[in-house]
Design a protein around this ligand. Structure first.
Ligand code: GP9
Ligand code: MN
Length: 600
Protein backbone atom coordinates (compact mmCIF):
# COMPACT_ATOMS: atom_id res chain seq x y z
CA UNK A 1 0.00 0.00 0.00
CA UNK A 2 1.42 3.41 -0.96
CA UNK A 3 0.69 6.86 0.38
CA UNK A 4 1.68 10.06 -1.28
CA UNK A 5 2.67 13.09 0.76
CA UNK A 6 -0.55 14.88 -0.15
CA UNK A 7 -2.56 12.01 1.29
CA UNK A 8 -1.26 12.75 4.80
CA UNK A 9 -3.87 14.38 6.96
CA UNK A 10 -2.03 17.44 8.22
CA UNK A 11 -4.66 18.09 10.86
CA UNK A 12 -3.67 14.85 12.60
CA UNK A 13 0.00 15.79 12.40
CA UNK A 14 -0.56 19.28 13.76
CA UNK A 15 -2.80 18.01 16.59
CA UNK A 16 -0.09 15.46 17.44
CA UNK A 17 2.72 18.02 17.51
CA UNK A 18 0.73 20.50 19.50
CA UNK A 19 -0.37 17.95 22.14
CA UNK A 20 3.15 16.52 22.31
CA UNK A 21 4.56 19.97 23.07
CA UNK A 22 1.92 20.59 25.75
CA UNK A 23 2.56 17.21 27.39
CA UNK A 24 6.34 17.69 27.36
CA UNK A 25 6.03 21.17 28.84
CA UNK A 26 3.84 19.83 31.66
CA UNK A 27 6.17 16.85 32.13
CA UNK A 28 9.14 19.18 32.47
CA UNK A 29 7.33 21.36 35.00
CA UNK A 30 6.62 18.32 37.18
CA UNK A 31 9.94 16.51 36.87
CA UNK A 32 13.56 17.63 36.66
CA UNK A 33 14.12 15.59 33.51
CA UNK A 34 11.83 13.88 31.03
CA UNK A 35 12.54 10.17 31.18
CA UNK A 36 12.86 8.08 28.04
CA UNK A 37 9.81 6.09 29.18
CA UNK A 38 7.80 9.28 29.62
CA UNK A 39 8.79 10.53 26.16
CA UNK A 40 7.97 7.29 24.36
CA UNK A 41 4.76 6.72 26.31
CA UNK A 42 3.54 10.22 25.49
CA UNK A 43 4.12 9.60 21.78
CA UNK A 44 2.51 6.15 22.08
CA UNK A 45 -0.60 7.41 23.83
CA UNK A 46 -1.00 10.23 21.31
CA UNK A 47 -0.67 7.74 18.44
CA UNK A 48 -3.33 5.57 20.05
CA UNK A 49 -5.72 8.46 20.70
CA UNK A 50 -5.27 10.03 17.29
CA UNK A 51 -5.42 6.75 15.37
CA UNK A 52 -9.20 6.58 15.87
CA UNK A 53 -9.65 9.78 13.90
CA UNK A 54 -8.64 7.83 10.78
CA UNK A 55 -11.80 5.79 11.05
CA UNK A 56 -13.91 8.88 10.43
CA UNK A 57 -14.44 10.93 7.32
CA UNK A 58 -14.49 14.71 7.43
CA UNK A 59 -16.06 16.63 9.08
CA UNK A 60 -16.36 14.00 11.83
CA UNK A 61 -12.62 13.53 11.80
CA UNK A 62 -11.83 17.16 12.57
CA UNK A 63 -14.56 17.13 15.24
CA UNK A 64 -12.88 14.11 16.84
CA UNK A 65 -9.42 15.75 16.68
CA UNK A 66 -10.70 18.96 18.23
CA UNK A 67 -12.50 16.99 20.97
CA UNK A 68 -9.33 15.01 21.81
CA UNK A 69 -7.30 18.21 21.78
CA UNK A 70 -9.78 19.94 24.08
CA UNK A 71 -10.02 17.08 26.58
CA UNK A 72 -6.27 16.41 26.69
CA UNK A 73 -5.45 20.11 26.95
CA UNK A 74 -7.99 20.56 29.72
CA UNK A 75 -6.58 17.62 31.71
CA UNK A 76 -2.98 18.84 31.26
CA UNK A 77 -4.04 22.34 32.19
CA UNK A 78 -5.79 21.03 35.34
CA UNK A 79 -2.56 19.25 36.26
CA UNK A 80 -0.68 22.47 35.92
CA UNK A 81 -3.13 24.48 38.02
CA UNK A 82 -3.26 21.74 40.65
CA UNK A 83 0.53 21.57 40.62
CA UNK A 84 0.84 25.28 41.34
CA UNK A 85 -0.91 24.68 44.63
CA UNK A 86 -0.24 21.09 45.65
CA UNK A 87 2.88 20.15 43.71
CA UNK A 88 1.33 16.96 42.33
CA UNK A 89 -0.73 15.96 39.29
CA UNK A 90 -4.45 15.57 39.54
CA UNK A 91 -5.94 12.09 39.88
CA UNK A 92 -9.28 10.52 39.03
CA UNK A 93 -10.34 10.74 42.67
CA UNK A 94 -9.59 14.43 42.76
CA UNK A 95 -11.50 15.01 39.53
CA UNK A 96 -14.45 13.34 41.16
CA UNK A 97 -14.16 15.28 44.41
CA UNK A 98 -16.20 18.09 42.97
CA UNK A 99 -17.69 18.85 46.39
CA UNK A 100 -14.24 20.12 47.37
CA UNK A 101 -14.50 22.79 44.70
CA UNK A 102 -17.25 24.61 46.56
CA UNK A 103 -16.03 28.04 47.56
CA UNK A 104 -12.69 27.45 45.88
CA UNK A 105 -13.51 29.53 42.79
CA UNK A 106 -11.38 32.54 43.79
CA UNK A 107 -8.45 30.33 44.84
CA UNK A 108 -8.54 28.46 41.55
CA UNK A 109 -8.73 31.71 39.61
CA UNK A 110 -5.71 33.03 41.48
CA UNK A 111 -3.73 30.03 40.26
CA UNK A 112 -4.41 30.71 36.61
CA UNK A 113 -1.94 32.84 34.65
CA UNK A 114 -2.50 34.86 31.47
CA UNK A 115 0.06 32.75 29.60
CA UNK A 116 -2.16 29.69 30.17
CA UNK A 117 -4.12 30.78 27.12
CA UNK A 118 -1.26 29.24 25.10
CA UNK A 119 -2.62 25.88 26.21
CA UNK A 120 -5.74 26.35 24.14
CA UNK A 121 -4.68 28.80 21.43
CA UNK A 122 -3.97 26.05 18.87
CA UNK A 123 -7.56 24.85 18.93
CA UNK A 124 -9.24 27.84 17.20
CA UNK A 125 -6.25 28.02 14.84
CA UNK A 126 -6.69 24.39 13.76
CA UNK A 127 -10.43 24.83 13.45
CA UNK A 128 -9.99 28.03 11.38
CA UNK A 129 -7.47 26.35 9.11
CA UNK A 130 -9.84 23.47 8.53
CA UNK A 131 -12.70 25.76 7.59
CA UNK A 132 -10.46 27.44 5.02
CA UNK A 133 -8.76 24.38 3.63
CA UNK A 134 -11.30 21.57 3.96
CA UNK A 135 -12.14 21.40 0.26
CA UNK A 136 -8.53 20.53 -0.54
CA UNK A 137 -8.42 17.75 1.97
CA UNK A 138 -7.74 14.29 0.49
CA UNK A 139 -10.03 11.42 1.30
CA UNK A 140 -8.58 7.94 1.56
CA UNK A 141 -10.64 4.81 0.96
CA UNK A 142 -11.91 2.83 3.92
CA UNK A 143 -9.32 0.02 3.44
CA UNK A 144 -6.40 2.42 3.58
CA UNK A 145 -7.88 4.20 6.57
CA UNK A 146 -8.39 0.97 8.55
CA UNK A 147 -4.84 -0.06 7.66
CA UNK A 148 -3.44 3.27 8.82
CA UNK A 149 -5.59 3.23 11.94
CA UNK A 150 -4.45 -0.24 13.04
CA UNK A 151 -0.78 0.48 12.29
CA UNK A 152 -0.82 3.68 14.32
CA UNK A 153 -2.69 2.02 17.19
CA UNK A 154 -0.33 -0.96 17.33
CA UNK A 155 2.79 1.24 17.24
CA UNK A 156 1.24 3.39 19.96
CA UNK A 157 0.51 0.42 22.21
CA UNK A 158 4.02 -0.95 21.64
CA UNK A 159 5.59 2.37 22.60
CA UNK A 160 3.52 2.55 25.80
CA UNK A 161 4.37 -1.05 26.73
CA UNK A 162 8.15 -0.63 26.48
CA UNK A 163 8.66 0.88 29.91
CA UNK A 164 6.41 -1.43 31.99
CA UNK A 165 7.93 -4.45 30.26
CA UNK A 166 11.42 -3.15 31.08
CA UNK A 167 10.53 -2.49 34.73
CA UNK A 168 8.94 -5.91 35.03
CA UNK A 169 11.63 -7.93 33.21
CA UNK A 170 14.86 -6.10 34.02
CA UNK A 171 14.18 -4.31 37.32
CA UNK A 172 11.93 -7.16 38.49
CA UNK A 173 9.48 -4.91 40.24
CA UNK A 174 5.80 -4.23 39.83
CA UNK A 175 5.57 -1.42 37.25
CA UNK A 176 2.20 -0.35 38.62
CA UNK A 177 3.25 0.03 42.23
CA UNK A 178 2.67 3.64 43.09
CA UNK A 179 4.54 5.27 45.95
CA UNK A 180 3.73 8.88 45.30
CA UNK A 181 1.34 10.72 43.01
CA UNK A 182 4.41 11.46 40.85
CA UNK A 183 5.45 7.82 40.31
CA UNK A 184 3.40 7.39 37.14
CA UNK A 185 4.38 10.84 35.89
CA UNK A 186 8.07 9.98 36.19
CA UNK A 187 7.73 6.65 34.41
CA UNK A 188 5.13 7.55 31.78
CA UNK A 189 4.77 11.29 31.58
CA UNK A 190 1.57 13.28 32.21
CA UNK A 191 -0.58 11.41 29.72
CA UNK A 192 0.70 8.07 30.94
CA UNK A 193 -0.05 9.19 34.48
CA UNK A 194 -3.69 9.75 33.56
CA UNK A 195 -4.08 6.59 31.49
CA UNK A 196 -2.67 4.35 34.24
CA UNK A 197 -4.35 6.32 37.00
CA UNK A 198 -7.69 5.87 35.23
CA UNK A 199 -6.98 2.16 34.75
CA UNK A 200 -6.19 1.83 38.49
CA UNK A 201 -9.34 3.69 39.32
CA UNK A 202 -11.54 1.45 37.24
CA UNK A 203 -9.77 -1.73 38.32
CA UNK A 204 -9.15 -1.14 42.00
CA UNK A 205 -11.31 1.47 43.45
CA UNK A 206 -14.87 0.67 42.67
CA UNK A 207 -17.06 0.52 45.72
CA UNK A 208 -18.26 -3.06 45.77
CA UNK A 209 -21.71 -4.29 46.76
CA UNK A 210 -21.72 -6.99 49.40
CA UNK A 211 -23.60 -10.22 48.79
CA UNK A 212 -25.93 -11.51 51.55
CA UNK A 213 -23.30 -14.16 52.27
CA UNK A 214 -20.58 -11.55 52.72
CA UNK A 215 -22.81 -9.46 55.00
CA UNK A 216 -23.38 -12.57 57.11
CA UNK A 217 -19.66 -13.33 57.19
CA UNK A 218 -18.96 -9.84 58.55
CA UNK A 219 -21.72 -10.05 61.17
CA UNK A 220 -20.63 -13.52 62.28
CA UNK A 221 -17.03 -12.39 62.56
CA UNK A 222 -17.88 -9.50 64.87
CA UNK A 223 -20.33 -11.68 66.88
CA UNK A 224 -17.55 -14.17 67.57
CA UNK A 225 -15.05 -11.43 68.39
CA UNK A 226 -17.43 -9.70 70.79
CA UNK A 227 -18.38 -13.00 72.40
CA UNK A 228 -14.72 -13.63 73.20
CA UNK A 229 -13.97 -10.18 74.63
CA UNK A 230 -13.85 -9.68 78.36
CA UNK A 231 -15.21 -6.83 80.46
CA UNK A 232 -13.19 -3.71 79.96
CA UNK A 233 -13.23 -1.98 83.36
CA UNK A 234 -10.11 -2.01 85.53
CA UNK A 235 -7.99 0.64 87.24
CA UNK A 236 -6.48 1.73 83.92
CA UNK A 237 -9.83 2.09 82.19
CA UNK A 238 -10.38 5.80 81.64
CA UNK A 239 -6.98 6.78 83.12
CA UNK A 240 -6.76 9.27 80.27
CA UNK A 241 -10.42 10.31 80.18
CA UNK A 242 -10.76 13.99 79.36
CA UNK A 243 -7.01 14.33 78.81
CA UNK A 244 -5.41 15.29 75.51
CA UNK A 245 -4.07 12.48 73.37
CA UNK A 246 -0.89 12.74 71.32
CA UNK A 247 -0.08 9.74 69.15
CA UNK A 248 3.35 9.72 67.49
CA UNK A 249 4.02 7.31 64.64
CA UNK A 250 7.79 7.00 64.43
CA UNK A 251 9.30 6.22 61.04
CA UNK A 252 11.08 2.83 60.84
CA UNK A 253 11.39 2.45 64.63
CA UNK A 254 11.92 -1.18 65.59
CA UNK A 255 11.68 -2.52 69.10
CA UNK A 256 15.07 -4.19 69.34
CA UNK A 257 16.84 -0.85 69.75
CA UNK A 258 14.92 -0.08 72.96
CA UNK A 259 17.10 -0.37 76.05
CA UNK A 260 20.08 -1.24 73.85
CA UNK A 261 23.50 0.32 73.72
CA UNK A 262 25.82 0.69 70.79
CA UNK A 263 29.50 1.18 71.56
CA UNK A 264 28.54 2.01 75.14
CA UNK A 265 25.87 4.60 74.27
CA UNK A 266 22.12 4.22 74.61
CA UNK A 267 20.43 4.25 71.18
CA UNK A 268 17.09 5.57 72.48
CA UNK A 269 17.79 7.24 75.85
CA UNK A 270 14.58 9.28 75.72
CA UNK A 271 12.25 6.37 74.96
CA UNK A 272 14.06 4.25 77.56
CA UNK A 273 13.48 6.85 80.24
CA UNK A 274 9.81 7.23 79.25
CA UNK A 275 9.30 3.53 79.99
CA UNK A 276 9.48 4.24 83.76
CA UNK A 277 6.07 5.86 83.40
CA UNK A 278 4.66 3.87 80.51
CA UNK A 279 2.71 0.85 79.54
CA UNK A 280 5.25 -0.72 77.24
CA UNK A 281 4.11 -3.39 74.79
CA UNK A 282 7.25 -5.23 73.81
CA UNK A 283 5.67 -7.89 71.61
CA UNK A 284 3.84 -5.60 69.24
CA UNK A 285 4.05 -6.23 65.49
CA UNK A 286 3.85 -4.03 62.41
CA UNK A 287 1.03 -5.24 60.16
CA UNK A 288 1.47 -2.99 57.17
CA UNK A 289 1.14 -4.26 53.60
CA UNK A 290 1.88 -2.41 50.38
CA UNK A 291 0.95 0.99 51.79
CA UNK A 292 3.94 1.09 54.20
CA UNK A 293 3.68 4.12 56.51
CA UNK A 294 0.14 4.90 55.40
CA UNK A 295 -1.00 1.38 56.27
CA UNK A 296 0.31 1.88 59.80
CA UNK A 297 -1.66 5.13 60.02
CA UNK A 298 -4.77 3.26 58.89
CA UNK A 299 -4.27 0.30 61.21
CA UNK A 300 -3.75 2.42 64.31
CA UNK A 301 -6.46 4.97 63.63
CA UNK A 302 -9.17 2.58 62.42
CA UNK A 303 -8.29 -0.90 63.70
CA UNK A 304 -8.87 -2.28 60.20
CA UNK A 305 -6.36 -4.25 58.14
CA UNK A 306 -5.26 -2.52 54.96
CA UNK A 307 -6.27 -4.00 51.62
CA UNK A 308 -3.86 -6.72 50.50
CA UNK A 309 -2.95 -5.18 47.16
CA UNK A 310 -1.85 -1.61 46.60
CA UNK A 311 -2.35 1.21 49.03
CA UNK A 312 -5.64 1.64 50.87
CA UNK A 313 -5.08 5.40 51.00
CA UNK A 314 -4.77 5.60 47.22
CA UNK A 315 -7.42 3.02 46.37
CA UNK A 316 -10.04 3.84 48.98
CA UNK A 317 -8.95 7.16 50.42
CA UNK A 318 -12.34 8.54 49.43
CA UNK A 319 -14.23 6.01 51.56
CA UNK A 320 -15.43 6.65 55.10
CA UNK A 321 -13.72 5.02 58.09
CA UNK A 322 -14.59 4.52 61.74
CA UNK A 323 -11.70 5.96 63.73
CA UNK A 324 -10.13 7.01 66.97
CA UNK A 325 -10.66 10.68 66.03
CA UNK A 326 -14.37 10.04 65.42
CA UNK A 327 -14.75 8.15 68.71
CA UNK A 328 -13.03 10.97 70.58
CA UNK A 329 -15.13 13.57 68.75
CA UNK A 330 -18.13 12.13 70.59
CA UNK A 331 -16.42 13.25 73.80
CA UNK A 332 -15.83 16.72 72.39
CA UNK A 333 -12.28 16.23 71.11
CA UNK A 334 -10.94 18.15 68.15
CA UNK A 335 -8.40 16.19 66.11
CA UNK A 336 -5.45 17.21 64.02
CA UNK A 337 -2.86 15.26 62.03
CA UNK A 338 0.66 16.49 61.27
CA UNK A 339 3.29 15.23 58.85
CA UNK A 340 6.08 17.34 57.33
CA UNK A 341 5.93 15.88 53.82
CA UNK A 342 3.76 16.83 50.83
CA UNK A 343 0.12 16.26 51.71
CA UNK A 344 -0.27 14.28 48.52
CA UNK A 345 2.24 11.63 49.58
CA UNK A 346 0.26 8.43 50.16
CA UNK A 347 -2.85 10.47 49.30
CA UNK A 348 -3.03 11.65 52.90
CA UNK A 349 -4.66 14.97 52.09
CA UNK A 350 -7.68 13.14 50.73
CA UNK A 351 -7.74 10.31 53.27
CA UNK A 352 -7.10 12.07 56.57
CA UNK A 353 -10.45 13.92 56.65
CA UNK A 354 -12.10 10.53 56.16
CA UNK A 355 -10.20 9.25 59.20
CA UNK A 356 -11.93 12.00 61.17
CA UNK A 357 -9.13 14.57 61.37
CA UNK A 358 -10.43 18.11 61.44
CA UNK A 359 -7.17 19.61 60.17
CA UNK A 360 -4.10 18.17 58.44
CA UNK A 361 -0.87 20.13 58.70
CA UNK A 362 1.45 19.02 55.90
CA UNK A 363 4.77 20.56 54.81
CA UNK A 364 2.94 23.62 53.45
CA UNK A 365 2.11 24.61 57.05
CA UNK A 366 5.73 24.53 58.18
CA UNK A 367 8.76 26.70 57.53
CA UNK A 368 11.34 24.65 55.64
CA UNK A 369 14.11 25.77 57.94
CA UNK A 370 15.87 22.44 58.48
CA UNK A 371 15.38 19.91 55.71
CA UNK A 372 16.76 16.39 56.11
CA UNK A 373 16.13 13.53 53.68
CA UNK A 374 12.51 13.42 52.53
CA UNK A 375 11.31 16.55 54.30
CA UNK A 376 11.46 18.77 57.34
CA UNK A 377 13.64 17.44 60.19
CA UNK A 378 11.80 15.87 63.09
CA UNK A 379 13.28 18.43 65.49
CA UNK A 380 11.96 21.38 63.51
CA UNK A 381 8.68 19.53 62.86
CA UNK A 382 7.98 19.03 66.56
CA UNK A 383 9.10 22.53 67.52
CA UNK A 384 6.97 24.19 64.86
CA UNK A 385 3.95 22.10 65.86
CA UNK A 386 3.74 23.58 69.37
CA UNK A 387 1.79 26.71 68.28
CA UNK A 388 -0.73 24.46 66.49
CA UNK A 389 -1.30 22.56 69.72
CA UNK A 390 -1.57 25.74 71.75
CA UNK A 391 -4.31 27.13 69.58
CA UNK A 392 -6.40 23.95 69.88
CA UNK A 393 -9.20 23.86 72.41
CA UNK A 394 -8.63 21.09 74.95
CA UNK A 395 -9.11 18.19 75.01
CA UNK A 396 -7.54 17.44 71.65
CA UNK A 397 -6.22 14.45 69.76
CA UNK A 398 -3.08 15.15 67.81
CA UNK A 399 -1.56 12.56 65.47
CA UNK A 400 2.10 13.02 64.49
CA UNK A 401 3.91 11.10 61.75
CA UNK A 402 7.69 11.58 61.89
CA UNK A 403 9.95 11.39 58.84
CA UNK A 404 13.68 11.83 59.46
CA UNK A 405 14.48 8.22 60.39
CA UNK A 406 13.43 7.08 56.92
CA UNK A 407 15.73 4.90 54.86
CA UNK A 408 18.54 5.51 53.74
CA UNK A 409 19.15 6.87 57.27
CA UNK A 410 21.47 9.65 56.25
CA UNK A 411 21.52 12.60 58.59
CA UNK A 412 23.97 15.50 58.70
CA UNK A 413 27.21 14.83 60.62
CA UNK A 414 26.39 17.61 63.07
CA UNK A 415 23.33 15.63 64.16
CA UNK A 416 25.22 12.38 64.73
CA UNK A 417 24.69 12.10 68.46
CA UNK A 418 26.16 8.61 68.82
CA UNK A 419 29.52 9.40 67.18
CA UNK A 420 30.09 5.78 66.19
CA UNK A 421 33.39 4.21 65.22
CA UNK A 422 34.26 4.55 61.56
CA UNK A 423 33.44 0.93 60.76
CA UNK A 424 29.92 1.21 62.16
CA UNK A 425 29.40 4.80 61.06
CA UNK A 426 29.82 3.76 57.43
CA UNK A 427 27.43 0.80 57.68
CA UNK A 428 23.70 0.70 57.05
CA UNK A 429 23.13 -0.57 60.59
CA UNK A 430 25.22 2.24 62.10
CA UNK A 431 23.30 4.81 60.07
CA UNK A 432 20.05 3.27 61.26
CA UNK A 433 21.14 3.60 64.90
CA UNK A 434 22.19 7.23 64.37
CA UNK A 435 18.95 8.04 62.63
CA UNK A 436 16.80 6.49 65.36
CA UNK A 437 18.95 8.22 67.98
CA UNK A 438 18.27 11.54 66.26
CA UNK A 439 14.50 11.02 66.26
CA UNK A 440 14.64 9.84 69.86
CA UNK A 441 16.27 13.12 70.86
CA UNK A 442 13.71 15.06 68.77
CA UNK A 443 10.99 13.32 70.80
CA UNK A 444 12.88 14.31 73.98
CA UNK A 445 12.91 17.97 72.94
CA UNK A 446 9.21 17.77 72.11
CA UNK A 447 8.35 16.35 75.51
CA UNK A 448 10.38 19.12 77.19
CA UNK A 449 8.45 21.69 75.17
CA UNK A 450 5.12 20.12 76.17
CA UNK A 451 6.24 20.32 79.80
CA UNK A 452 7.18 23.97 79.38
CA UNK A 453 3.79 24.71 77.86
CA UNK A 454 2.18 22.89 80.79
CA UNK A 455 0.57 20.39 78.48
CA UNK A 456 2.34 17.25 79.68
CA UNK A 457 0.28 16.49 82.78
CA UNK A 458 -2.95 16.75 80.83
CA UNK A 459 -1.81 14.59 77.94
CA UNK A 460 -1.50 10.88 77.23
CA UNK A 461 1.35 10.25 74.80
CA UNK A 462 1.38 7.16 72.59
CA UNK A 463 4.41 6.19 70.51
CA UNK A 464 4.88 3.33 68.07
CA UNK A 465 7.00 2.35 65.08
CA UNK A 466 5.33 2.21 61.67
CA UNK A 467 7.24 -0.75 60.21
CA UNK A 468 10.65 -2.37 59.99
CA UNK A 469 13.63 -0.23 59.19
CA UNK A 470 15.95 -3.19 58.71
CA UNK A 471 14.90 -6.23 56.78
CA UNK A 472 15.69 -9.90 57.07
CA UNK A 473 16.11 -10.33 53.33
CA UNK A 474 18.40 -7.30 52.99
CA UNK A 475 20.20 -6.49 56.23
CA UNK A 476 20.64 -9.88 57.85
CA UNK A 477 24.35 -10.32 57.13
CA UNK A 478 25.23 -6.97 58.67
CA UNK A 479 23.12 -7.62 61.75
CA UNK A 480 24.51 -11.14 62.23
CA UNK A 481 27.95 -9.68 61.92
CA UNK A 482 27.27 -6.96 64.46
CA UNK A 483 25.67 -9.26 67.04
CA UNK A 484 28.12 -12.03 66.16
CA UNK A 485 25.50 -14.76 65.89
CA UNK A 486 23.35 -16.55 63.32
CA UNK A 487 19.73 -15.46 63.21
CA UNK A 488 17.08 -17.75 61.72
CA UNK A 489 13.98 -16.30 60.10
CA UNK A 490 11.95 -17.50 63.07
CA UNK A 491 14.27 -15.76 65.53
CA UNK A 492 14.09 -12.64 63.40
CA UNK A 493 10.31 -12.71 63.72
CA UNK A 494 10.47 -13.35 67.46
CA UNK A 495 13.12 -10.80 68.41
CA UNK A 496 13.66 -8.21 65.68
CA UNK A 497 10.45 -7.64 63.73
CA UNK A 498 8.45 -6.00 66.52
CA UNK A 499 7.95 -2.27 66.80
CA UNK A 500 7.52 -0.66 70.22
CA UNK A 501 4.11 0.47 71.40
CA UNK A 502 4.31 2.82 74.36
CA UNK A 503 1.55 4.61 76.29
CA UNK A 504 3.06 7.28 78.51
CA UNK A 505 1.81 9.60 81.20
CA UNK A 506 4.03 11.11 83.93
CA UNK A 507 1.80 9.55 86.57
CA UNK A 508 1.71 6.04 85.10
CA UNK A 509 3.56 3.26 86.84
CA UNK A 510 5.96 1.58 84.43
CA UNK A 511 4.74 -1.82 83.21
CA UNK A 512 5.88 -4.10 80.40
CA UNK A 513 3.12 -6.02 78.65
CA UNK A 514 4.41 -9.01 76.71
CA UNK A 515 1.06 -9.99 75.19
CA UNK A 516 1.47 -10.54 71.45
CA UNK A 517 -0.33 -7.86 69.48
CA UNK A 518 -0.09 -5.64 66.48
CA UNK A 519 -1.05 -2.23 65.15
CA UNK A 520 -4.63 -3.41 64.68
CA UNK A 521 -4.87 -3.59 68.50
CA UNK A 522 -3.75 -0.01 69.13
CA UNK A 523 -7.22 1.58 68.86
CA UNK A 524 -9.00 -0.73 71.37
CA UNK A 525 -6.05 -0.44 73.76
CA UNK A 526 -5.88 3.36 73.53
CA UNK A 527 -9.70 3.51 73.78
CA UNK A 528 -9.45 1.60 77.08
CA UNK A 529 -7.10 4.23 78.50
CA UNK A 530 -9.27 7.07 77.16
CA UNK A 531 -12.34 5.57 78.84
CA UNK A 532 -14.22 4.65 75.66
CA UNK A 533 -16.54 1.68 76.17
CA UNK A 534 -16.21 -1.38 73.92
CA UNK A 535 -19.81 -0.88 72.82
CA UNK A 536 -18.76 2.28 70.94
CA UNK A 537 -16.36 0.46 68.61
CA UNK A 538 -16.97 -3.26 69.10
CA UNK A 539 -18.62 -3.75 65.71
CA UNK A 540 -16.07 -1.64 63.84
CA UNK A 541 -12.64 -2.30 65.29
CA UNK A 542 -11.03 -5.60 64.39
CA UNK A 543 -8.29 -5.48 66.99
CA UNK A 544 -8.22 -6.42 70.66
CA UNK A 545 -7.50 -4.54 73.84
CA UNK A 546 -4.00 -5.71 74.72
CA UNK A 547 -4.52 -4.81 78.35
CA UNK A 548 -7.24 -7.45 78.57
CA UNK A 549 -6.32 -10.12 76.08
CA UNK A 550 -3.67 -12.17 77.82
CA UNK A 551 -3.18 -14.63 74.94
CA UNK A 552 -2.77 -12.35 71.97
CA UNK A 553 -1.63 -12.97 68.42
CA UNK A 554 -0.76 -11.00 65.32
CA UNK A 555 -1.33 -11.46 61.62
CA UNK A 556 1.58 -10.08 59.62
CA UNK A 557 0.47 -9.11 56.16
CA UNK A 558 2.70 -9.48 53.16
CA UNK A 559 4.85 -6.64 51.95
CA UNK A 560 8.06 -5.96 53.77
CA UNK A 561 7.95 -9.20 55.71
CA UNK A 562 7.87 -11.70 52.87
CA UNK A 563 5.01 -14.16 53.11
CA UNK A 564 2.08 -13.66 55.47
CA UNK A 565 2.88 -14.84 58.95
CA UNK A 566 0.89 -15.63 62.07
CA UNK A 567 2.54 -14.95 65.41
CA UNK A 568 0.86 -16.65 68.36
CA UNK A 569 1.77 -17.83 71.89
CA UNK A 570 2.92 -21.23 70.57
CA UNK A 571 5.28 -19.81 67.97
CA UNK A 572 5.42 -18.49 64.46
CA UNK A 573 3.49 -19.93 61.52
CA UNK A 574 4.49 -18.91 58.02
CA UNK A 575 1.40 -18.71 55.83
CA UNK A 576 -2.12 -18.12 57.16
CA UNK A 577 -4.90 -20.60 57.86
CA UNK A 578 -8.56 -19.99 57.05
CA UNK A 579 -9.39 -18.16 60.27
CA UNK A 580 -6.72 -15.50 59.76
CA UNK A 581 -7.39 -15.17 56.04
CA UNK A 582 -11.02 -14.58 57.00
CA UNK A 583 -10.04 -11.62 59.20
CA UNK A 584 -8.18 -10.06 56.28
CA UNK A 585 -11.12 -10.78 53.98
CA UNK A 586 -13.60 -9.18 56.40
CA UNK A 587 -11.48 -6.04 56.55
CA UNK A 588 -11.10 -5.95 52.78
CA UNK A 589 -14.88 -6.21 52.36
CA UNK A 590 -15.53 -3.51 54.96
CA UNK A 591 -13.14 -1.11 53.22
CA UNK A 592 -14.06 -1.88 49.62
CA UNK A 593 -17.82 -1.73 50.19
CA UNK A 594 -17.53 1.58 52.07
CA UNK A 595 -19.38 -0.35 54.77
CA UNK A 596 -19.29 2.30 57.43
CA UNK A 597 -20.84 4.98 55.29
CA UNK A 598 -23.67 2.63 54.38
CA UNK A 599 -24.26 1.69 58.01
CA UNK A 600 -24.91 5.25 59.13
C1 GP9 B 1 6.31 9.70 53.44
C2 GP9 B 1 6.70 8.92 54.64
C3 GP9 B 1 7.45 7.67 54.30
O1 GP9 B 1 5.49 10.77 53.68
O2 GP9 B 1 5.63 8.71 55.47
O3 GP9 B 1 6.65 6.69 53.85
P1 GP9 B 1 7.16 5.16 53.67
O4 GP9 B 1 8.11 5.16 52.52
O5 GP9 B 1 7.82 4.71 54.92
O6 GP9 B 1 5.90 4.44 53.40
MN1 MN C 1 7.41 4.53 56.94
Amino acid sequence: MRFRIHSIDWFIVITFISLLIKALVVNRIFTTAISQGAFLSTIGILFAFLSFSLLFKQPLRIAYLIAVNLVVSFVLFSDLVYFRYFGSPITMYLFLQTSNLEGLGPSILSLIQASDILFFIDIPVILGAYLFLKSEHPLLGIKKRVYLFSSLLIVGILLVSLKPVKIHMLDQRDPFKKFTPLSYMIDWGPMGHHVFDAADFVRDSRTINLTAEEEKMINDWFDTRLGASTLSQDELFGAGKGKNLIVIQVESLQNFVINQQVEGKEITPVLNSLLDNSLYFSNFYPQTAEGNSSDAELLVNTSLYPVREGSTFFRYGHHSYPSLAKLLAEDGYQSIALHADDGSFWNRELTYPNLGFDTFYDIASFKRDDMIGMGLSDKSFFTQSIPFLKELPEPFYSFYVTLTSHTPYEIPDAENGLQLSEELATSHLGNYFESIHYTDSAIGEFIDQLKKEQLLDDTIIVLYGDHDGLFYHRDLAEIEDYYDKKITQEEWMKSYTQVPFIIYHPEFEGKTVTTIGGQIDALPTIAHIMGIETAAYGRQAMGRNLLKDSQGSAILMKGDYGEKTYVHPNGITFGLVEEQEKALEVSELLIRSNYFVRKK
